[in-house]
Design a protein around this ligand. Sequence first.
Ligand SMILES: O=C(O)CCC(=O)C(=O)O
Length: 274
Amino acid sequence: MAFVQPEAPDRALLDSEVTALREDGAICARNVLSDSWVDLVARGIEHTQTSPTKLGEVLSLRDRGFTADLFMWLQNDYFKDVVFGSPLSRLAQQVLGSPTITHWYDQLFLKEPGSDVPTPWHHDLTFWPVHGDQIVSIWVPVDRVTSESSGLEFIKGSHLWSNRFKAVTPDYNSYMVNPELEDVPDIDSNRDAYQVLSWDLDPGDVLIFHPLTVHGSRGNSSRNQRRRAFASRWVGEDVVYDPKPHTMPLPPNHGLEPGDKLGGPMFPTVLQSR
Ligand SMILES: O=C(O)CCC(=O)C(=O)O
């Protein structure tokens, strides 16, 4: 499909939701995606499972029911349609308030029933090779998600903390761990000290969160409920390429020089103006 303009969401975000995102660092926006978009994402996920990227093959822990992948849209037409045609860029524009909205990357987090793979508590910005304020992630489930089936959890207000934490990935790979940063606190042993936000979700609902909000999820302890979800990440016009040690490698030939605004064929600007 070739999209001229991204579709509008089923409903715009309320001002109160945009304010809550600013204050709490994460919100659940209900009923924003139509069944047809959810279906397209589900087909994209199915395609990723059978034809993963090279990175996906390395990141997935298939024997433990966990499939991960990144930059799927570069080789998966379903996700390409999601980038250029779905309402996700419009939701990003509403919360970022930037005239231009550029796609950063997409990332799959699929946990099959019984998967014991948690997503350790972490925040994202410290291991991204970018700099700027206008960045947001939208987490899109295509299954009903409950805390039993690995619902994503957030520490309310943690995007406002001054702490910058080391990366922790589900495969505990150390290539992005910056020794100069501090460890994420042991939240699970001390949950009462934090305000944890989480929501049961239905397909069509999304979670929207700030890149410094501490978040994580448990394994999927449901016996029969898959947990297929992907994160769609977007930036506004103040975000530049800032390659630093211990940050996520980008696909080769992205063409960006340090200080360049995110853009070009690998980071398409999907919305030019409001
Ligand atoms: O789905 C998950 O368990 C983790 C999601 C996540 O860490 C992210 O979207 O940044």
